[in-house]
Write a protein that binds this ligand. Structure first.
Ligand SMILES: [Zn+2]
Length: 89
């Protein structure tokens, strides 16, 4: 078995060597030849695995400081402040 994918000093373990190969083409037009991710047609370098990040932007919605509800609450506070300023005049 030729072993251009991976470290040439350390041959692939038996299980990895038997894994199906990635279907992607490299920039030189040659097939990728890296082992594909389990259940996927591509290797880890060619979109086999995904980023691992949660779906959607869950982190951004954690506090809601800039949400529509927060903006509306701030608008009410500003309106109240204006009313108080008008009372003192
Ligand atoms: Zn690949």
């Amino acid at each position: 078995m030729d072993n251009q994918a991976g470290n040439p000093m350390q041959p692939e373990p038996e299980r990895l060597a038997q894994a199906p190969r990635c279907h992607a083409r490299t920039r030189s037009g040659q097939p990728c030849r890296s082992p594909a991710v389990k259940g996927k047609p591509r290797c880890r370098m060619h979109g086999g695995k995904g980023s691992g990040a949660p779906k959607g932007n869950r982190n951004a919605r954690k506090h809601g400081g800039r949400s529509a509800a927060a903006a509306a609450a701030m608008a009410r506070v500003r309106a109240l402040c204006r009313m108080i300023d008008d009372l003192e005049v």
